[in-house]
Design a protein around this ligand. Structure first.
Ligand code: ADP
Ligand code: MG
Length: 475
C-alpha cells in the first residue's frame, strides 16, 4: 500500500487496520449495492499528522463519494482516531479493469442507485446541463397528441418509461422524419423517470439523455483531457441511456466504436437503451454489427402526420394558448403545413403572438398575411445545389469552387457559409453535406458550422450577409 513520506511503517499498519474497520462500518451502513458501486475502490494512501489521504480511481468517483460520503468518512475516522482533522479524497490508486473497462462479471452489474440528476456528473461541464436541464418542460407524455401515425411509438415509449429493460423493448429505436416527435418522446420518458425518482420508496432509476452530436463532442473532449475512463464510467452507471439523433454518430474516429462498446455493455447488463434517428437502423451509416444490434429490440416508426393528427395537435396547442384561434384557421394550417409538427407549431405560435401584439383577433386574412413567407417557403424545399449556387453568386466565386480543393480565404469562407446554410436549411446529415462539397469529411462541415456561428456573433456585417442569403434561399 502506498503511503506518504511522513508515514511510518508501524503507524501505517495501525492506520490500515483502522481503515478496514471504517470500510466495514460504511459497508454495513450503506448496503451491498452502494458499497460495491461507489466505495469498494477506495484505498488508504497514508496518514500525515492529522490528515488522512484516501485514493479513489477516477474523478467522477471522487466527487460522488466526496459529496455523499465525505462527512461520514470524516466522522468515522474521528471515532477511530480523534486526532484526525481531515480526510482527503484524491484521484489515484489502481483501477480494476472489471470495474471500468471490460464487461463486468454478473455480480458487478447491479444498478447503481443514483438519482437521475446526478446520473452523469462531469468535472468540466455542468452535469445537469447534460441531463435534467436539457429536458424541455413541454415534452411530456401528457403533452403528446396521439394519433394513428404515432400511437405505436407512443405506446413503446410509455412502456419503456414504466418498465425499463422490459423484454422485447430493448433497445427501443424511435425512427421518423424531422419534427415528428422523437425528441418529445425521449424527453417524456426522462420526465416520467424523474417523477418516479421523486416518489419515496421506489428505487431510483438513473438515466442519461444526450444527442449523438453531444456524445461525440464529449467523447472527443474526454480523449483530449485524458478522461475517457470517467466518461465511460458515467455512461455505464446509468440504467437508461438515451441518445437522440443517432444518424449524427458517424465518422471513422473511435466515437462509434465507443458507443458500440457502451451500448453492448449496457444491454448485456440489462440496462435500457433508447435511441432516435431519422433513418432506419439498416439505413444508418454505421458499422454492420451496430446496425444489427440496434435493430434487434423494438423499432418504432413515427409516420408522417395525417390531416387528422395535425388538426388535433393544433387544437390541443391552440386550446393551451388561450383558444383564440378559429377552427377555420386551424383547418387551413393543417391542410397547408404538412411537413412536420415543428413547423405547424411554429406557425400557430406566430399567429398567436401577432394577435396578442396587435390586439387583433386571428382570422383567415391575418393568417395569410402573417404567415405569407412561411407558407410560400413551404411550397418548395431548398437543395444543397441551390445553396451553393446562391452563395457562390453572392460572393462572386465559381460554383465549382464549392467542391474544389482550393483553400484561399476568398473561396474557403463562402464555402463554409454554404455548408452552414446547408446544415440550417436542409435536413441533410453532416456526411451528406460533406459529400456535396467535394467529398469533404463531416468534421470539416462541423468546423464550418461552428466557425460561421462564431463569426455571425462577432461580425455584424458578416451576420447580415448570412441572414440575407438565408432569406433569399427561403423565399
Ligand atoms: P423530432 O425530434 O422528431 O425532430 P420533436 O420531438 O423535436 O421532433 O418535435 C418537434 C415539435 O413538435 C416539438 O415542439 C414537439 O413538442 C412537437 N410535437 C411533435 N409531435 C407531437 C405530438 N404528437 N403532440 C404534440 N406535440 C408534438
Ligand atoms: Mg429531435
Amino acid at each position: 500500500m502506498p503511503r506518504t513520506e511522513a508515514g511510518e511503517a508501524v503507524e501505517s499498519t495501525h492506520a490500515q487496520s483502522k481503515w478496514v474497520r471504517i470500510l466495514e462500518r460504511l459497508h454495513a451502513e450503506v448496503g451491498d449495492v452502494e458499497y460495491r458501486n461507489w466505495l469498494r475502490q477506495m484505498t488508504l494512501a497514508g496518514v500525515d499528522g492529522d490528515e488522512v489521504t484516501v485514493h479513489i480511481p477516477t474523478r467522477f468517483l471522487r466527487d460522488w463519494v466526496s459529496d455523499r460520503y465525505g462527512a461520514r468518512l470524516n466522522a468515522l475516522w474521528q471515532s477511530e482516531d480523534p486526532s484526525i482533522r481531515r480526510v482527503e479524497l484524491r484521484v489515484g490508486g489502481v483501477v480494476e479493469p472489471t470495474q471500468t473497462i471490460d464487461p463486468p462479471v454478473p455480480e458487478d452489474v447491479a444498478a447503481p442507485t443514483v438519482p437521475a440528476s446526478v446520473a452523469a456528473p462531469d468535472d468540466r461541464t455542468d452535469p445537469k446541463s447534460d441531463i435534467a436541464a436539457a429536458l424541455d418542460s413541454r415534452f411530456t407524455f401528457e403533452g403528446f397528441v396521439v394519433g394513428k401515425p404515432n400511437e405505436f411509438a407512443y405506446a413503446c415509449a410509455r412502456r419503456v418509461a414504466e418498465q425499463p429493460s422490459a423484454q422485447g423493448f430493448n433497445p427501443l429505436f424511435l425512427y421518423g422524419g424531422v419534427g415528428l416527435g422523437k425528441t418529445h418522446l425521449m424527453h417524456a420518458i426522462a420526465w416520467e423517470l424523474t417523477k418516479r425518482n421523486e416518489t419515496p420508496g421506489l428505487a431510483p432509476i438513473a438515466f442519461a439523455y444526450m444527442s449523438a452530436e453531444k456524445f461525440m463532442y464529449r467523447f472527443i473532449a474526454a480523449i483530449r483531457s485524458h478522461s475517457t475512463m470517467e466518461f465511460k464510467e458515467q455512461l455505464r452507471n446509468v440504467d437508461v441511456l438515451m441518445i437522440d439523433d443517432l444518424q449524427f454518430l458517424i465518422g471513422k474516429d473511435n466515437t462509434q466504436e465507443e458507443f458500440f462498446h457502451t451500448f453492448n455493455y449496457l444491454v448485456e447488463a440489462g440496462k435500457q437503451i433508447v435511441v432516435s434517428s431519422d433513418k432506419s437502423p439498416s439505413d444508418l451509416t454505421v458499422e454492420e454489427r451496430l446496425k444489427t444490434r440496434l435493430g434487434c429490440g423494438m423499432v418504432a416508426d413515427l409516420h408522417t402526420t395525417t390531416y387528422e393528427l395535425r388538426l388535433s395537435i393544433l387544437e390541443t396547442k391552440a386550446a393551451r394558448a388561450g383558444g383564440c384561434v378559429p377552427v377555420k384557421v386551424l383547418e387551413y394550417l393543417a391542410h397547408k403545413i404538412t411537413s412536420n409538427v415543428r413547423e405547424l407549431e411554429g406557425a400557430l405560435n406566430r399567429l398567436v403572438a401577432h394577435s396578442n401584439l396587435f390586439g387583433r383577433p386571428v382570422t383567415l386574412e391575418t393568417t395569410y398575411e402573417v404567415l405569407h413567407d412561411l407558407l410560400k417557403a413551404h411550397d418548395r424545399r431548398v437543395t444543397i445545389d441551390e445553396i451553393q449556387k446562391r452563395v457562390a453568386e453572392h460572393y462572386g466565386i465559381r460554383v465549382s469552387d464549392m467542391s474544389s480543393a482550393r483553400r484561399a480565404r476568398q473561396v474557403a469562407r463562402p464555402r463554409q457559409v454554404a455548408m452552414y446554410l446547408a446544415k440550417q436549411l436542409t435536413s441533410r446529415s453532416l456526411p451528406e453535406i460533406g459529400k456535396k462539397f467535394g467529398n469533404r469529411d463531416h468534421t470539416t462541415v462541423m468546423h464550418a458550422v461552428s466557425r460561421v456561428t462564431e463569426l455571425t456573433e462577432r461580425d455584424g456585417t458578416f451576420a447580415e450577409d448570412v441572414e440575407l442569403l438565408r432569406r433569399l434561399l427561403e423565399s
